[in-house]
Design a protein around this ligand. Structure first.
Ligand code: SF4
Ligand code: SF4
Length: 520
């Protein structure tokens, strides 16, 4: 049995609403997701609500073993498209009819949030009653109040449309985010698994998750999070240090994982890491943006226990420019050498299939990766991870297609030229299905449902692959995430011509629309 520290137990007779917060992926991923901790902490701070967690492959809550059908509201966090099928498995196993038409007033209200719900939830619209577009703190409270006020909430879904950020297909919605992170939820008593079993240990190890910032304005043209969660918002360092101290005491953890889309862009990053180190914390952080990695920062991170830094060159310089990553080969090599100086390992992320990439570029990429691996002073000091590029909604690359055969060929080429154990690549078929689910509409509901009981062939999936034309209406046209279509179109054209758009925080605003995002 899994033992946890800080799980919340309430008397179910004393609450008005029971909420199941579901994560359609394994426990270790769920507990690595700060959003999952936020919903738990935020909702349980209300006395009238009991929020319990349900994590795939289970359909009963971790807190009381309650099966999904017995909750009032069942909410799914949609982080990745490949989790959609797990949502259906959880519903089925939890005693809830899959299609919303087959459910009645006795069944729970099924809602979904997270990045996929905010960008293009249409493939899941057959199964989900309402989508939450934006950040949970500014939507959930109102949603629960409306639910509690209604006699039959499921028969009155329109009443929820009054709430900013609630989406039903065919009804336009504006994404809502927290303008000032001081008003966001910063969970202190985070749940920690009390076990050493690997399958339960989160991605950053046993660490307290500290949210440094939200959003990123660097403008990588493939990055959906960078487009939909703009603008960048950061927490004051004084507050971060206070939260870390309180969190350390409440969880007994002495390791801090810094969380945010662009952690190293925090204006006081060095000071923050220094402060955490002085307070006796080890510090770990996801990928660092190369421009903001300094010698001093790496020294502090090394002192605070970091062993590996992760950076993302993505490709060779020509393709990198199309993707709007303005980091030069020289800067990448300098950063790797600085990391070696501090005896750190380096993990490098690359993408295959980015727009403008041709066969010559792939050959150059193979050579380039080899060169970087050779820089390592010892075996496996440089590790490589290669992911297929997948076009995403609300990005300048939303008008790109996905060529599975070409991708397979490129993977084969890179694999045969590098052929090292330190090289990891994602399955191209999985990436292709992810592409179809990212870019498709309601018509995918049928295929998703069939995938539950039979193996749907790639040929069948491929019938739904759609490359959108700039003049076509996109399925997610009703979801306004702030960034304007005109800006995305301009960016796409610049990408094809290999032109960069320098960072708006340094070089001035391009009026992309995100800073006018409506918020409450
Ligand atoms: S720096 Fe990272 S988070 Fe920011 S836009 Fe680029 S890929 Fe996205
Ligand atoms: S509106 Fe201007 S400053 Fe704000 S994110 Fe867009 S380009 Fe950057």
């Amino acid at each position: 049995m899994l033992l946890e520290h800080n799980a919340i137990i309430k008397d179910i007779r004393k609450v008005d609403l029971r909420f199941a917060s579901c994560y359609p992926n394994l426990y270790r991923s769920a507990m690595s997701s700060l959003g999952f901790h936020i919903i738990y902490d935020f909702l349980n701070s209300r006395e009238d609500i009991y929020c319990e967690r349900v994590v795939y492959p289970h359909s009963k809550s971790l807190e009381t073993g309650t099966v999904l059908k017995d909750f009032d509201i069942v909410s799914f966090s949609l982080q990745y498209e490949q989790d959609y099928i797990n949502v259906l498995k959880m519903l089925k196993q939890g005693g809830i009819p899959l299609q919303k038409e087959d459910r009645n007033s006795k069944h729970p209200l099924i809602i979904a949030g997270g990045p996929c719900a905010s960008s293009n939830p249409l493939p899941m619209s057959r199964f989900i009653d309402l989508f939450v577009v934006g950040e949970a703190e500014v939507i959930l409270d109102n949603l629960l109040d409306v639910y509690l006020d209604l006699d039959n909430p499921k028969a009155n879904l329109d009443a929820f449309l009054e709430i900013e950020g609630v989406y039903l297909p065919d009804h336009p919605v504006k994404m809502v985010t927290v303008p000032d992170l001081m008003d966001a939820c910063h969970p202190i008593r985070q749940v920690v698994p009390e076990t050493d079993e690997k399958e339960y240990i989160p991605a950053f190890g046993r660490a307290f998750l500290l949210e440094v910032s939200r959003g990123c304005t660097r403008g990588c043209r493939f990055c959906m999070a960078g487009c939909i969660y703009r603008p960048r918002r950061e927490m004051p360092i004084k507050e971060l240090l206070k939260i870390a101290e309180r969190g350390g005491n409440a969880t007994g953890l002495n390791k801090i994982a810094l969380i945010g889309a662009a952690v190293s862009d925090h204006s006081k990053m060095e000071e923050l890491c220094q402060g955490l180190h002085e307070r006796g914390f080890q510090v770990t952080t996801p990928s660092l943006r190369i421009e903001s990695v300094t010698d001093n920062l790496l020294e502090i991170l090394k002192l605070s226990g970091l062993k590996t830094i992760t950076i993302a060159p993505e490709s060779i310089w020509k393709v990198r420019k199309a993707a709007n990553k303005s980091i030069t080969d020289e800067l990448i090599k300098d950063t790797i050498n600085t990391a070696f100086k501090h005896n750190l390992n380096v993990k490098l992320y690359f993408m295959l299939g980015l727009p403008t990439e041709n066969q010559t570029d792939i050959e150059c990429l193979g050579k380039y990766i080899k060169e970087l691996i050779k820089m390592g002073k010892r075996k496996n000091q440089v590790r490589i991870s290669v992911n297929p590029f997948i076009p995403k909604p609300h990005t300048p690359f939303q008008w790109e297609g996905f060529n599975l055969d070409e991708l397979k060929f490129k993977i084969k080429y890179i694999d045969s030229h590098i052929n090292l154990r330190s090289f990891k690549i994602e399955n191209p078929k999985t990436a292709f299905i992810q592409y179809i689910l990212s870019m498709g509409g309601r018509e995918l509901g049928d295929l998703l449902e069939r995938s539950l009981t039979e193996k749907v062939s790639i040929r069948e999936w491929s019938k739904f692959a759609h490359k959108w034309d700039m003049n076509e209406e996109l399925p997610w046209k009703n979801i306004d995430v702030g960034i304007k279509d005109e800006f995305l179109k301009k960016e796409y054209k610049k990408a094809i011509n290999g032109n960069l758009t320098p960072w708006c925080e340094e070089f001035g605003c391009y009026n992309c629309g995100a800073c006018n995002k409506q918020s409450n």
